[in-house]
Design a binder for this molecule. Structure first.
Ligand code: NAD
Ligand code: IPM
Ligand code: MG
Length: 359
């Protein structure tokens, strides 16, 4: 059956990087991948046309799609919109919530060719392969009540950090199953020394553990986890954590791989429908210059093939193509180092496509 794919370029560098990833997707189509690809508007691009970051038309297309490829949303142009609900980022959060994409997989893999590009010593990161499993539709991002209001003559801002047992359990299961398929080590990251919500988080993880006897479960406070990630990152296999801690730790993990431009992601619901996007943002500082690294987005297409379209061979083919291009010494500016050739976004896209076709 033909599956639908929706491409949402978004804002800033979004259109530049999704253009390169779309070329790879089309190449997969030419090799028999049975998909129908359409485009839609999300974020600031949607706000400019429809006055809202997630128009009904985009949501409908997203609901009908098996896989969504997103560039990134947001930028200074829309940061002054007073109504938070109209900000580009709310469009992204809306898709995640409306489609129930609670399971966010953020793999931090250091390609051997890029060990030099990391800000850490090469021996600390060479061979690194961590999977961060971030809860994506709950926690402080969505908790009620929230707002800014006048209290006793001054303004007060507040948010609510809340998780139910069922929310914790379902992300816990994703993480335990992921650990079973990998190195069988799961580290749950919380702040159970201070926050009740994460005391419950820890309890639920402990309760699940006997169902996965082959997985070694450990717990770590988030501040220590941030420190351990830059001290000795290879101690981790799978990390499971809530929405906000996962957001922060995955950006830190990105730098272990050499650049945030290398970190793809998958956001999945119970039925395997998914949104795929680089972990980075719209990079307004380099937008429109044809210098952004498209590899995280291209690698997100590989994740789509693996997790939503059941095409692991095509997924590996893309990942191998990326490896070949790095072997050839091609680098976008963010991962450049001595002895490599700096290329543009489009040249990197050309090279990955050529390597994909050559195999
Ligand atoms: N998923 C998303 O759509 C997403 C994620 C994060 C931030 N944002 C939004 O993006 C905007 C900018 O946020 P920010 O500056 O904090 O984070 P950012 O990730 O956009 O940029 C941080 C730094 O990393 C660089 N960078 C990011 N992606 C790169 C790439 N592919 N190649 C080379 N360099 C890259 C940028 O140039 C910048 O210096 C904000 O509006 C923010 O809300 C969106
Ligand atoms: C843009 C923002 C809403 C988003 C998040 O915080 O989840 C981003 O930082 C991410 O990591 O995908
Ligand atoms: Mg983030």
């Amino acid at each position: 059956m033909t599956q639908k794919i929706l491409v949402l370029p978004g804002d800033g560098i979004g259109p530049e990087i999704t253009a390169q990833a779309s070329r790879i997707l089309s190449a997969c189509q030419a090799r028999g991948l049975d998909v129908e690809i359409e485009e839609g508007l999300l974020g600031g691009a949607a706000y400019d046309v429809h006055g809202e970051p997630l128009p009904a038309e985009t949501l409908e297309k997203a609901q009908a799609a098996r896989g969504i490829l997103l560039g990134a949303v947001g930028g200074p142009k829309w940061d002054k919109i007073e109504d938070l609900a109209k900000r580009p980022e709310k469009g992204l959060l809306g898709v995640r919530k409306q489609l129930g994409l609670f399971g966010n997989l953020r793999p931090a893999i250091t390609y051997p060719q890029l060990a030099q590009a990391s800000s850490l010593k090469p021996e600390l990161v060479a061979g690194l392969d961590i999977m961060i499993v971030r809860e994506l539709t709950g926690g402080i991002y969505f908790g009620q009540p929230r707002g800014i209001e006048e209290r006793d003559g001054e303004r007060v801002g507040f948010n609510t950090y809340v998780y139910s047992e069922s929310e914790i359990e379902r992300i816990g299961r994703v993480a335990f199953e992921m650990a079973q398929k990998r190195g069988k080590k799961l580290c749950s990251v919380d702040k159970a020394n201070v926050l009740e919500v994460t005391i419950l988080w820890r309890e639920v993880m402990e309760r699940l553990a006997p169902e996965y006897p082959d997985v070694e479960l450990s717990h770590m406070y988030v501040d220590n986890a941030a420190m351990q990630l830059v001290r000795a990152p290879k101690q981790f296999d799978v990390v499971v954590t809530g929405n906000m801690f996962g957001d922060i730790l995955s950006d830190a993990a990105a730098m272990l791989t050499g650049s945030i431009g290398m970190l793809p992601s998958a956001s999945l619901n119970e039925s395997g429908q998914g949104m795929y996007e680089p972990c980075h943002g719209s990079a307004p500082d380099i937008a429109g210059q044809n210098v952004a690294n498209p590899l995280a987005t291209i690698l997100s297409v590989a994740m789509m093939l693996r997790y939503s379209l059941n095409e692991p061979a095509l997924a590996s083919r893309i990942e191998k193509a990326v490896g070949r291009v790095l072997d050839e010494g091609l680098r976008t500016a963010d991962i450049a180092s001595e002895g490599t050739r700096t290329v543009s976004t489009t040249e990197m896209g050309d090279a990955v496509l050529a390597a994909f076709e050559r195999q």
